[in-house]
Design a protein around this ligand. Structure first.
Ligand SMILES: [Zn+2]
Length: 271
């Protein structure tokens, strides 16, 4: 557990999956196995001031998608992870979604007969207006990343709160906007006088993303990613921020140090 201000922070690793790796489309040579990278889905739980806030949900129990079901290598362990902190999904008061890509929101629903059922029935769902608009009308580049059924379920069933731009969500918790991976992604930041933790979302989802010359194949705007990443790593390095990783299978958090060839991960507290 990590305490920042009035909040206790917990890291919940709920699933692992495989994702296409490599700089070229994976079907260049159909005779070779597809290069695959092992990734985690990890959620940030923030408890304090009468709130139990969950940042992202992971892919979920996969009943709604054969595409993700084929990629998952472990079952979805949301309930077990929440239970470690004496909580159930119904206790979550706020669900803050970094962005509406399916691997970040799929766990918000489970299958009930012929329809999807919300897993967090009492949670207010907070998402950036610009990302919501993108998710409702994805272009060809992003069509595979957003799932129409999930977005529509959110719209109908949840108390959906859209916010715009840099915004203090609650005292001590604000967001940084990033547009390179997808439009209107929000990176959640928790801070007090001494400690700052920033959820890297899909701008800096693993320590392998520290090099400021690297982007991910499904980033929509490589130049913007590089600029946003460099600015955040620079500030994190200077101010001793802890970065939280939603997809790193090996580390849940790290600080940022300057090495001879660029930024490198430094030690971070266990929580
Ligand atoms: Zn992701």
């Amino acid at each position: 557990m990590l305490a920042i201000g009035d909040y206790q922070l917990h890291s919940l690793t709920v699933q692992e999956f495989l994702f296409d790796g490599g700089p070229l489309p994976s079907r260049v040579d159909p005779t070779k196995p597809r290069p695959r990278v092992r990734l985690a889905t990890r959620l940030l739980l923030i408890v304090g001031n009468g709130r139990r806030i969950l940042v992202d949900t992971g892919v979920g129990d996969l009943c709604w998608t054969s595409r993700w079901a084929a990629n998952a290598t472990t079952p979805y362990r949301l309930e077990e992870e929440l239970e470690k902190h004496g909580l159930q999904p119904g206790d979550i008061t706020h669900l803050v979604l970094t962005h509406l890509h399916s691997d970040h929101i799929g766990g918000a629903f489970t299958c009930g007969g012929d329809r999807l059922v919300p897993v967090f029935p009492y949670a207010e769902v907070i998402v950036q207006e610009q990302n919501y608009r993108t998710a409702c009308r994805p272009d060809d580049q992003e069509r595979l990343s957003y799932n129409e059924t999930l977005i529509e379920e959110f719209r109908q069933l949840f108390l959906f709160r859209t916010v715009s731009g840099t915004h203090e969500l609650f005292p001590g918790i604000d967001v940084i906007i990033s547009n390179g991976h997808t439009r209107g992604q929000q990176l959640v930041r928790v801070s007090d006088d001494q400690t700052t933790l920033l959820h890297g979302a899909d701008l800096i989802p693993t320590t392998a993303h520290y090099p400021t010359s690297r982007v991910t194949g499904n980033d929509i705007d490589a130049r913007t990613v590089l600029e946003e990443k460099a600015a955040i790593l620079e500030e994190a390095c200077k101010k001793g921020w802890i970065l939280f990783f939603g997809h790193d299978p090996f580390r849940h958090a790290a600080t940022v140090l300057r090495g001879p060839c660029g930024f490198v991960p430094g030690p971070a507290p266990e929580f």
